[in-house]
Design a protein around this ligand. Sequence first.
Ligand SMILES: [Zn+2]
Length: 510
Amino acid sequence: MSTVAAPRIAVLGFSIECNKFAPPATKAHFIARTYLEGEAILEEARRPTPTMLPETPGFVAAMDATGPWTPVGIALAMSEPNGPVEHGFFEELLETIERRLKAALPVDGVYFCAHGAAITTEEDDPEGVLFERIRDIVGPDVPVVATFDLHANVSDRMVDTIDAFIGYRTNPHLDMRERGQEAAAALRELLAGAKTERVRLRLPIVPPTVTLLTAAGPYAEMIELGQRKITPAIMNVSVMGGFAYADTAKNGLSVIVTARSDRAAAASLATEIAQYGWDNRARFYPTLTSLDEAVGKALAAGRDPSLPALAFADVADNPGGGGRGNTMFLLRAFAEAGVKGALFGIIYDPPLAAEAHRHGLHYHFDAHFNRDETTKFSEPWSAPARVAALHDGDCVGRRGIYAGTRLALGPCAALAIGGITVVVVSHRVQCADPIFFEMMGLEIGKARAVAVKSRGHFRGGFDEFFGPDQIVEVDLPGLTSPMLNRFEWTRLPRPVVPLDDGVEFKPPPL
Ligand SMILES: [Zn+2]
């Protein structure tokens, strides 16, 4: 394979995390974030501040740096986490990929930017469908390398149809670019003639999102174990936490080892990591702070400047997990209790942001939240407010998962409601970057309490202001509550930790 002077590499992707319980994602949601075909993928990937997440830019930069190649852009569809993808759009994308990939033949390799936790309104394993179709088109000998989000739900088909499986290793996801670079290194090696084998082991554990941090905890230890035990025989070890709310039969904490040689070593390492996770299963249960206790902490921080400032995470309404970013439980409780010196963001409410823009700066009015949002958690609420700041919502992420990424939040407004300043936006994004407050002229360092609609990615953006001891994860209702027993599951493998008693695990022979 290495005989090709400038190998033709197909570059494509489909990346979304889908919450079965949220309203469907349409083509418009992809277009609003990243939907590109052909050469435009490469042009965007090489821009200093691309709209796409950094795996593809990292892959392209590393390929550019490591020798000649001929990239062939196929299609790249990427969206904020949402509900299931409308199946009609998925079929349209599949058809586009087939048509463009066939037209691009012959290719010498394929890079696919995946998430791994997509579902459609009719298909629970869309990545598996895509990979199988790609494999059918390029044939058995052309290397296919794919990158995955750490929340991927992994099917056998996803592992069997590709040559190298490369998953993020950090949560918050701060290694996306590095994993793209790793994919380029893997592809270069495969182009030079290397062959791989993959082994996969899935545990009967569907970890609540808040238990999947990688700074510390059982999941961090599994990842660390995999990296520590890597040998020259092993190309990659990926420990995928999965995404519970996709509610599929393929859910479950999974270990995927891509071996250069020595399948037995890969199987033994996968088994050791999985066994470690199983032995620590009691640590995959969430502990959250009640709303009453959270309000008490916010009031105390506002009253007493000698106390540390606190960050309150509304983990149950995380747009980064398909939440709408508009539930009122925490804001209402803070406002009614008279919390002072607080920032609150970011609330997805386009009509309210538009109204604030119509009124103009310093206007006083009754802010009506959720006047036409319809999920059962998105209740209407109103309060007297003053327009404290306005912005067009165009920004570049400063820190954490969005660092260097170009974002359009649409018309934004900061509303002063009592002692709380609330940032309202028109495009649904999780509050993972301080820029969303800073662009409104708000100073996080001066706030006594900062409430964020985010499960965990805010940790990578707000770590300048809040250490782990200053973070309060609040137990509230919502589409992304870590309390998994509050959902009606239909597809999750059962019995499973943490939902059931008497779960057993015996590693199968690999
Ligand atoms: Zn993720």
